[in-house]
Design a protein around this ligand. Structure first.
Ligand SMILES: N[C@@H](CCC[C@H](N)C(=O)O)C(=O)O
Length: 327
């Protein structure tokens, strides 16, 4: 494995990078304004290796969508959601604007549809590199494999329009509010769990006490039965005490991420966790939630849509930590 990773790193020699984090979920970011880089799974895993590489939970390549194969497909698929790109509203000035594609890979090199914390780090990085300018009050739309996402600046950092949340198995979720069983180190027996999609898959488990959350051993992946076909991120949550105060809900969360392991935070996971707690606690009226993770706090807001679904907004900080050049 070590020689394999060193060989993969060699292929990236001379490439400038930025290390960033968003509530402790850390990323290596690469700017690819001309669409000249192809980063495969081995290279991403080598860069993210905490002993042999830079070390990160994920790798993000920032590329104009029109300069990347996946990006072009996403541009066509999501034209209606992109300002000035829908066929009936193309104004020359707007349609010339670059749409940035967040090409995200997990630390093990696998592709994932979405990364909520990653979007905040991505936009902060684009601003720092002067590849975009995002003024207060403006909204930027970016593309991810999980679709188009909007981003705006807020006092705590960035707020990301994550799109709608949904049950992975609506029938089971509505009849019993759980659809699977989770086994993890530190739990005495299998726990019922609810699977929620934020574009990527999540399985949320409620624990009754903070002590149980602290005692979890997440060095090994929890097992989920039935096993989700494409794997899942597993979130363990403890409702705050009180769960809702001054109209705001509060939960603590730890997460084992698909393709990574335990991380200090997961943005899509925080959204899924808040959605699940609302279902379980009949806290449906509460639209604003603070999710405390080992790396800090993020806020999740639910916004009712006319079709009955709910849009989710995730907000929190993003920090650039250092820059360097791959050796
Ligand atoms: N940390 C991210 C989620 C990254 C992707 C995830 N590991 C998956 O495979 O779905 C977040 O902040 O949302």
């Amino acid at each position: 494995m070590a020689t394999h990773h060193l060989a993969a790193l060699d292929t990236l020699g001379g490439l400038p990078f930025t290390k960033a984090h968003a509530t402790g979920n850390d990323f290596v970011l690469l700017a690819d304004p001309e669409g000249e880089l192809t980063i495969d799974a081995d290279q991403a895993a080598a860069v993210c290796d905490r002993h042999l590489g830079i070390g990160a939970d994920g790798l993000i390549r920032a590329v104009p969508a029109e300069k990347d194969d996946d990006g072009r497909a996403l541009l066509a698929e999501h034209a209606e959601e992109l300002p000035g790109r829908a066929p009936d509203q193309a104004s020359e000035q707007e349609s010339e604007q670059t749409v940035w594609f967040m090409d995200y890979r997990n630390g093990d090199g696998s592709l994932a549809e979405m990364c909520g914390n990653g979007v905040r780090a991505f936009v902060h990085f684009l601003s720092d590199q002067q590849l975009i300018s995002l003024e207060e009050g403006q909204e930027l739309t970016i593309l991810t494999r999980g679709g188009a996402k909007t981003v705006r600046r807020v006092p705590e950092g960035y707020a990301v329009g994550m799109g709608v949340w949904s049950f992975i198995d609506p029938e089971l979720a509505q009849t019993s509010a759980s659809d699977s069983l989770v086994v993890a180190d530190g739990l005495t027996d299998p726990r019922p769990a609810l699977s929620i999609s934020m574009g990527n898959p999540h399985t949320v488990v409620a624990l009754s006490e903070e002590r149980a959350l602290d005692a979890l051993g997440l060095a090994t992946a929890p097992t989920v039965d039935p096993q989700p076909p494409h794997g899942t991120n597993v979130e363990f949550v403890v409702p705050g005490e009180p769960l809702v105060s001054a109209g705001e809900g509060r939960v603590r969360m730890r997460v084992h991420e698909r393709g990574v392991g335990e991380t200090m935070s997961c943005g899509t996971g925080a959204c899924a966790a808040a959605a699940a707690v609302r279902v379980w606690a009949a806290g449906d009226g509460v639209a604003s939630w603070v999710v405390a993770v080992p790396g800090g706090e993020v806020r999740v807001r639910f916004l009712a849509r006319e079709d009955g679904a709910e849009d989710v907004e995730l907000s929190g900080p993003a920090e650039l930590v250092f820059t360097g050049t791959l050796g």
